[in-house]
Design a protein around this ligand. Structure first.
Ligand code: IPE
Ligand code: IPE
Ligand code: MG
Length: 271
């Protein structure tokens, strides 16, 4: 079964000037606070304000999907007080923001292994998702206790249970619908703030052909001009998806129509 969206490895996705899906690793909160001689958690608190600003900014720019890495499956390794602060911050943010998100037409999704969270938090998440389920202006995904490897494995396990008879011959299109972000196209633009140039187990499968943008700006300082700089950098990229520049120059109309120029590529459902 082909997914709803074009897989970058199975077909050539349509590419626009504005990234349709932006995925961000929000990094640098701790260092932001430390530079101000404040406790690390003050940086997390400030980071929520940047989230708010980015949701607004993405709506204004016509971005359809914004995905934010809030807590990785490895972040449990942090000091217990910091983990518990982050959980409370998440609860408070959900309580305070759902109404505003809903009023602004935002659909909220939370992806990750929620079984590790306290029931109160899980209930808030499910409630927030249900309230905003029919909104279509922007899909805001929060990745919480998320890991790219976990995602691929849980999809694999679901697939194996659903289709044991096909074991040994699973294809990409069999697995993709079981990934936790199957409701979204692959990210066009990946941004990591805070200076590190790594993926830290974020969307491993989905980032296959995303354009990567790394900035030293710490997450609490990330603002609209910084977002615009990332989008401007994205616009300058030539997204070849394996083809040559010459092919792109020769076949702009073909690409615009989403028709496959390469005979070796299997067709898939178009966006
Ligand atoms: C990112 O900021 C937020 C989370 C991982 C929850 P950090 O807390 O990693 O900030 P730095 O990298 O230590 O500055
Ligand atoms: C990545 O940031 C995870 C989140 C932003 C939620 P980290 O600060 O945990 O990443 P590493 O440990 O520096 O790779
Ligand atoms: Mg960090």
């Amino acid at each position: 079964m082909a997914g709803k969206f074009t897989s970058s490895t199975q077909a050539i996705p349509n590419v626009g000037d504005v990234p349709r899906h932006i995925a961000i690793i929000m990094d640098g909160n701790g260092r932001w606070a430390k530079r101000r001689f404040m406790p690390r958690v003050a940086g997390h608190k400030r980071g929520v304000e940047t989230v708010r600003a980015m949701v607004k900014a993405c709506i204004a720019r016509g971005v359809d999907y914004l995905t934010l890495f809030a807590f990785s499956s490895e972040n449990w390794r942090r000091p217990a007080e910091e983990v518990s602060f982050l959980m409370n911050l998440f609860i408070n943010a959900l309580q305070g923001e759902i109404g505003k998100l809903h009023a602004n037409g935002v659909r909220l999704k939370v992806v990750g292994d929620l079984s590790a969270f306290e029931p109160r938090l899980v209930a808030l998440i499910r409630e927030g998702e249900a309230t905003t389920a029919n909104n279509s202006r922007l899909t805001l995904t929060i990745a919480a206790n998320y890991g790219g490897r976990w995602d691929i494995l849980q999809a694999m396990n679901q697939l194996a249970l659903a289709h044991p008879e096909k074991a040994g011959s699973y294809g990409e299109a069999d697995l993709a619908p079981h990934l936790v972000m199957a409701y979204a196209p692959e990210p066009d633009l990946f941004i990591r703030t805070g200076g590190e140039q790594r993926i830290s187990n974020f969307l491993l499968w989905q980032l296959a052909y995303s354009e990567l943008h790394f900035t030293d700006t710490l997450w609490p300082d990330f603002d609209e001009p910084a977002l615009d700089a990332a989008i401007a950098s994205y616009r300058r990229r030539e997204r070849r998806f394996g083809r040559t520049s010459e092919q792109l120059a020769e076949q702009p109309a073909v690409q615009a129509l989403g028709v496959l120029p390469a005979p070796t590529l299997a067709p898939s459902a178009s966006d």
